[in-house]
Design a binder for this molecule. Structure first.
Ligand SMILES: CCNC(=O)c1c(-c2ccccc2)csc1NC(=O)CNCCc1c[nH]c2ccccc12
Length: 329
């Protein structure tokens, strides 16, 4: 069996990607953010304070004949950007791209932080990280993909995120027609719950790859490409108007600058992120100053290959072989 779901950028900056998910009987369809950087499926619900839930599509377990309270279980998550949510837990049928998991832990939010309250285009997250990262207590729960894996044709899923157009998450099969290049595989480290891997080198513009390895995570839940200062500086030294903007907390530049590409090596392949993918958008509507898709990871403690990097590739999250595949798009 397989599943295939379309995913769409939430706004003109490709800040996040929205995928429709059906929960319960009859189906309640929610717009959720698939997140390979975390391992909890949580949703705005009938239990979320009305003031916080305003503007969001919500899940009502009481309206689902297949919902069951997971009594005694609670969850609480704080993400690196200090956003957070918490609540209690139900099990219910969850269908993604035509594939149903009958008894999926659906984490219902009784508290959500401001960032999620304000982000009304999404009603929660589908964690696609490793089960070890799940935050339900006293008994951690499995991700939707982990529950699905044993019934899928192959225990893997692919992410095909695109700039300002519809992409896809495919489960149980690889549609190689989505990529131009060969898929290069490299071992994935799931010990922290993330999809960790090591890139073998990088280059700016069309230069030859160096051999400076970069260890990081493939994270669909983070917008930016976050790398160490030395790499960020090497890149923006080629961008004449680039400067650090304290209020924006990142490097900005003139929107009409031609940005160089950025390439990294992985699994024997080279993934090149074109310059226009590295120009996120004007810092404000109509501004001629633009925010960079490549920013520093130095005060985070982890390198993140977020949506800006993932958009350049077809990425295979191969749980069965504990590996990540990357192909140029
Ligand atoms: C910016 C979001 N990313 C992170 O906080 C993050 C960090 C991280 C750590 C410290 C400082 C900044 C980021 C490490 S791994 C990592 N990745 C994740 O945590 C993946 N899940 C992000 C979910 C998420 C957090 N805030 C949102 C706002 C909208 C949609 C999704 C989200």
């Amino acid at each position: 069996q397989t599943g295939s779901a379309n995913t769409n950028p939430s706004d003109s900056a490709d800040d996040e990607y929205i995928t429709s998910v059906s929960i319960g009987t009859p189906a309640q369809v929610l717009p959720l953010d698939f997140d390979t950087g975390s391992s909890d499926l949580w949703v705005f619900s009938s239990e979320t304070p009305k003031s916080s839930a305003s503007g969001h599509v919500t899940y009502s377990p009481s309206k689902s004949s297949t919902a069951k309270k997971l009594s005694g279980s609670t969850w609480s998550i704080e993400y690196g950007d200090k956003s957070s949510s918490s609540g209690d837990v139900y099990t219910d049928v969850v269908t993604i791209g035509g594939f149903s998991v009958k008894t999926q832990a659906v984490e219902s939010a009784t508290k959500v932080s401001t960032q999620f309250v304000q982000d009304t285009v999404i009603s929660g997250l589908v964690g696609l990280g490793f089960d070890i990262g799940n935050q339900v207590s006293p008994r951690p729960q499995k991700t939707w993909f982990s529950n699905a894996a044993s019934s899928l044709a192959e225990p893997l899923f692919t992410a095909d995120l695109r700039h300002q157009e519809t992409g896809s998450y495919n489960f149980g099969f690889i549609d190689t027609s989505l990529a131009k290049g060969t898929i290069g595989y490299t071992p994935a480290d799931g010990s922290e719950g993330y999809w960790g891997f090591t890139a073998t080198g990088y280059s700016v513009g069309g230069a030859k790859l160096n051999r400076n390895s970069i260890t990081g995570i493939a994270d669909t839940g983070t917008t930016l490409l976050l790398l160490p200062d030395n790499i960020v500086d090497a890149y923006y030294n080629n961008v004449e108007s680039a400067q650090y903007d304290d209020s924006q907390e990142g490097v900005v530049f003139d929107c009409d600058e031609d940005l160089p590409s950025f390439s990294f090596g992985v699994g024997g392949q080279t993934i090149t992120i074109s310059g226009d993918l590295l120009n996120l958008t004007p810092i404000e509507e109509g501004s001629s100053t633009c925010f960079g898709g490549l920013q520093s990871s130095s005060d985070i403690g982890i390198n993140i290959f977020g949506d800006v990097a993932l958009k350049a590739a077809l990425v295979v999250f191969d749980l069965g072989n504990e590996r990540l595949g990357w192909a140029q798009k």
